[in-house]
Design a protein around this ligand. Structure first.
Ligand code: HEM
Length: 145
């Protein structure tokens, strides 16, 4: 069980990155060519949110139930974690950054919908989803492929 969820979570990073990069790229090209925001913009945004949601769910399962790295920490809350260790990264740094991305992707969608016109919605999509994408890129443990 642990092994399969970890593999799904590891592969899920690519879905998140491809979905995020696609929405930013397509929104940029639609802004430049003066195309309308709907229906493509909302659809790509929904796909990005869904893959982030699924990734957060598998991450939470690892964190709370399956991963030996974080189980040690959860069962001994007073333990001082060695800095720069995998245990510290996966117990604190990675979940905090990724939960910020999760909140960010949902707040982005609200902010984009509130844009005054299509050009503003395109610009907001590029900016907000772009920041979420950078946050995810920063939070990924690239030393574990
Ligand atoms: C967009 C969101 C996320 C992405 C892209 C992501 C990506 C990754 C990647 C690439 C790994 C390494 C997998 C491997 O070595 O095979 C990993 C591990 C891990 N992630 Fe995430 N993650 C996300 C969200 C989360 C969240 C929200 C949590 C916790 C609430 C979480 C908890 C973990 C844990 C505990 C591990 C280590 C598991 C282990 O080695 O035992 N992740 N994540």
């Amino acid at each position: 069980m642990y092994r399969s969820v970890l593999i799904a979570h590891s592969l899920g990073r690519w879905l998140v990155l491809v979905a995020g990069a696609t929405v930013v790229f397509v929104e940029t090209s639609r802004l430049w060519s003066g195309k309308p925001w709907a229906p493509i913009g909302p659809q790509l945004g929904r796909v990005f949110r869904i893959v982030v949601d699924v990734q957060v769910m598998t991450g939470a399962a690892l964190y709370l139930l399956l991963s030996p790295l974080t189980n040690v920490v959860l069962s001994t809350t007073m333990t001082r974690l060695p800095s720069n260790s995998d245990a510290q990264f996966f117990s604190v740094v990675h979940p905090v950054i990724m939960m910020a991305s999760f909140i960010g992707v949902h707040v982005s969608s609200m902010m984009i919908r509130r844009g005054r016109n299509d050009a503003s919605r395109h610009r907001r999509s590029i900016m907000f989803y772009g920041v979420v994408l950078l946050l995810v890129l920063y939070g990924i443990p690239w030393w574990r492929l």
